[in-house]
Design a protein around this ligand. Sequence first.
Ligand SMILES: Nc1ncnc2c1ncn2[C@@H]1O[C@H](COP(=O)(O)OP(=O)(O)OP(=O)(O)O)[C@@H](O)[C@H]1O
Ligand SMILES: [Mg+2]
Length: 308
Amino acid sequence: MPPSTSIFVSAAAVQQAFAAENYIADRALALSVKLAVDLQKPILLEGEAGVGKTEVAKVLATILDTPLIRLQCYEGLDANTALYEWNYARQILHIRIAEQDHQSRAALEKTIFSDEFLLNRPLLSAIRHPGPRPAVLLLDEIDRADEEFEAFLLEVLSDFQITVPELGTFKAQHPPLVVLTSNRTRELNDALKRRCLYLWIDYPDAEKEREIIRRRVPGIEEQLANAIVKTMQTLRSVDFYKRPGVAETLDWARALCGLEVDVLTPETLADTAGVLLKYRDDIERLKAIGPTQVLAGEVGSARSSTIV
Ligand SMILES: Nc1ncnc2c1ncn2[C@@H]1O[C@H](COP(=O)(O)OP(=O)(O)OP(=O)(O)O)[C@@H](O)[C@H]1O
Ligand SMILES: [Mg+2]
């Protein structure tokens, strides 16, 4: 295996490799990925919903032809669920069978606390990954986990080793490439941030969004793609409760293609608003502004009052 420092020769090489997987990475993201791989540092991607954070980890795993090991974070997530668990059901079954064979207690304990009965959860799986390349470990939506879990994670990410008391310590031979994502529902701990390379992923500009549509919805008419991009950019300037991300752009583009729409009209926008906006108040807001004004890009008075 080549040393990890040579996986990507430059940020441009990262951009190319991502583009080959239909992910448009701007230079800042490409550089962060290169540095994360070279320095073996976790990368923390923050941004609004649907801007392509999770996809970075998926694409990276595909490019490196290595498994993607995903830990979806949520409130109440505990260390056991993230590390390992003993397969109690199988252990009990084994004990019943062993009782009939009159096995000694010591022999039985040794067997039921062996690898065979261990359920590797994402963190341990990533640490035990045999290579030849490191696995990509995606810690998705880390902001949803509790602060205690974050502290525990910090420990694991510091030394990439995990001790299972009954079995011993597992140390990563190929420490995973770690991608953390956060929607910033709360600020993360400074200590965790310090360990990571940080990148804020913004909504794409018009040029990038056009390219994303072209890649992800092949065959779409140029004129329709342009109209979609213009509308999305306009909609994001409105202070909706939840602004539409790239995920919504792609859903909308596919929906409009499916409906065989050639030209975007105010009626079509009104009819398909539910693909873009997911809160009733936001849909009402769109109606109040008027689909015609949105398509014309005339939403000046609807901008957020907090923007000065
Ligand atoms: N730069 C991009 N190039 C290509 N596709 C993109 C890009 N950004 C986002 N997408 C697409 O947009 C969709 C949403 O991306 P993803 O799920 O990664 O967003 P996210 O930021 O993780 O959202 P959430 O916060 O809701 O989890 C995916 O289908 C992804 O492929
Ligand atoms: Mg995500």
